[in-house]
Write a protein that binds this ligand. Sequence first.
Ligand code: NI
Length: 187
Amino acid sequence: MRGRIQGEKSRSAAGAGRREKEEIMAIREVREIGDDILTKKCKDVPKMTLRTKILIGDMLETMYDKCGVGLAAPQVGVLKKIVVIDVGEGPIVLINPEIIETSGEQTGEEGCLSVPGKWGIVTRPEHVKVRALNQEMEPFEMEGEGLLARAFCHEIDHLYGQLYVDKAEDGLHDVTYEQDEEEETEE
Ligand code: NI
């Protein structure tokens, strides 16, 4: 998922997690809308392997490189239930995630690294609780609200072949950066 569609301010915070990583990771190609793989359902991850560890590292690196706040494995061409998220509070890795509780409602802008240059208005729950496995394959639960709740929903949708574009309430809009840049130079 892309966050802060009309602004760049969260980007540097989102990059912080990357610098802490010492392993060498690779940026993978992000599949774009129209690619069949984005419409397919993912399989559970049965056990942690070196290959999966490398995939997770690459997913984080790719997300930070593209200034995203979330990325799901099918977006890099792998049909496994793995999601990475960083809404500016550090990296979160969810393996085989499920949404187990939702409440409230939020309506706001959403974008996706697989739908470059576009955003749409999507209504999501305000609070979301997920259950998942961590990288040690230990179960945990995590609650999110606001942007994190939105990221949980958006990324888990990817694991079921769903894109936000089908939920966008007013169609898709083009991202414009000009307004932001003007504001920054005038200040
Ligand atoms: Ni997305």
